[in-house]
Design a protein around this ligand. Structure first.
Ligand code: URA
Length: 434
């Protein structure tokens, strides 16, 4: 078999066989196939697409390119959750303890963020001393003991995807449905969970700006997961404005804690309840949606979800006192209000731009090597549909540098749009694919 022939085959619009896809992925992972040939292949896939069989073969080949985590030493159904990402998305930090407090085993691998705000792993490091680089043995032991662990993704999980994603990122071949679906699902399949609940975001702060694309991606990923024998469900949710009110690492952790106390923002709480209920159903911990939501409401009400977060933070070396006293989380030295220049309804927020404000304050990474300032970010006081008077605060900025605060403020002002009439409220949950 020759890579040249495979590139030509795909360029001409023909489907690759499973054997050819395995040859290509194994060769690329091992360094036998050079970047320039793989770049040409990715561009050919971008223009010609891949059919369902090819996408499934690519997903499995990438999943098997490294370690396939064996979670069989953990009893019960292990459920994983994955979000395609967005601004203010702190879901895992509240959701994982909620679901674990209901008795479902959470054995989750998460990533760091690039751009916007940090990833789940960065956010968890807001707890002083929190360790995410733990061994697979410790991970399994902790899940068996307390029902929850979140670790950083190891280099051994889907190394083919890691290499290929970096290549796609610099060759304008990221935004192809088959490539995105196989990239995400290869990592999820290799991480070993029995069931997977996906949160596919759509809107101005999401990868998939258009709802139709988000649904297509959700369908593709659900098919891939189910084909591989993992029960997979996707929730398509709104990311046309930031989720909740907090954007920025420690601020988001505080909002997740507030939510576990029953004092979270309405949209964020609803998303946690929806995703959580599907996780409980997938694990067989509830028979109906209503029963699942009642169980989740109960663990918030009786404080067991909050205690589960503290137990989890403690088990991974973090300062769990911050769960009960959030003033112990990293705190910025400067706070400033951004006031509205006019009266009216907030009709649209450019969600990506709010993410950029957090990045400008130092809350995200420009490059993989950048250090994150965990304390900075924004709290939004007005969201789409809210009425605001001239001079009223739209948001509070948390910063450690006046110049950066000014830059973020300027950017923020361009992201809010006003109208005289109240816009129609957009639903948070757009649909469920299972
Ligand atoms: N996230 C991934 O992990 N892979 C993609 O291709 C896109 C988003």
């Amino acid at each position: 078999m020759r890579m040249y022939d495979l590139i030509m085959k795909k360029r001409n619009g023909d489907a690759l066989t499973e054997e050819e896809i395995h040859y290509m992925i194994d060769g690329y992972t091992a360094g036998r196939i050079p970047d320039y040939q793989m770049s040409a292949m990715m561009m050919a896939v971008y223009f010609q697409g891949m059919d369902a069989e090819e996408t499934a073969a690519l997903t499995l080949a990438m999943a098997r390119s490294g370690e396939m985590m064996d979670l069989s030493a953990i009893s019960g159904v292990k459920v994983d959750k994955h979000s395609t990402g967005g601004v203010g998305d702190k879901t895992s930090i509240a959701l994982a303890p909620m679901v674990a407090a209901c008795g479902v085993k959470i054995a989750k691998m998460s990533g760091r963020g690039l751009g916007h705000t940090g990833g789940t792993i960065d956010k968890l490091e807001s707890f002083a001393g929190f360790r995410t680089a733990i061994s697979s043995e410790q991970f399994v032991k902790q899940v068996n003991e307390i029902g929850i662990s979140i670790m950083g993704q190891t280099h051994d999980i889907a190394p083919a995807d890691k290499k290929l994603y970096a290549l796609r990122d610099v060759t304008a071949t990221v935004d192809n449905m088959s490539l995105i679906a196989s990239s995400i699902m290869s990592k999820k399949l290799a991480s070993g969970a029995d069931a997977i609940v996906l949160d596919v975001k759509t809107g101005s702060g999401a990868f998939m700006k258009r709802e139709t694309d988000a649904f297509a991606l959700a369908k593709e990923m659900v098919t891939l997961g189910n084909l591989a024998g993992r029960k997979t469900i996707a929730v398509v949710s709104d990311m046309d404005q930031p989720l909740g009110r907090a954007v920025g690492n420690a601020l988001e952790v505080k909002e997740a804690i507030d939510t576990l106390r029953g004092e979270g923002p309405e949209d964020f709480t609803k998303l946690c309840m929806t995703l959580g209920s599907y996780m409980l159903l997938a694990a067989g911990e509830a028979a109906t949606q209503t029963e699942a939501e009642e169980k989740l409401a109960q663990v918030i009400e009786d404080g067991s979800a909050l205690r589960k977060l503290a137990e989890f933070v403690e088990a991974q070396g973090g300062d769990s006192r911050a769960v009960y006293d959030t003033s112990l989380l990293p705190t910025a030295s400067i706070t400033e209000e951004i006031v509205s220049p006019q009266e009216g309804y907030v009709c649209k927020i450019d969600c990506d731009e709010i993410g950029v404000c957090s990045l400008l304050l130092g809350g995200g990474r420009e490059t993989k090597e950048s250090e994150i300032d965990l304390s900075v970010g924004l709290i939004l006081h007005k969201k789409a549909g809210d009425f605001v008077k001239a001079g009223e605060s739209l948001a509070t900025i948390y910063a450690n540098d006046r110049e950066k605060a000014e830059a973020a403020k300027k950017r923020f002002m361009g992201a809010y749009h006003f109208d005289e009439v109240q816009p129609e409220k957009q639903p948070l949950i757009k649909g469920i694919i299972q």
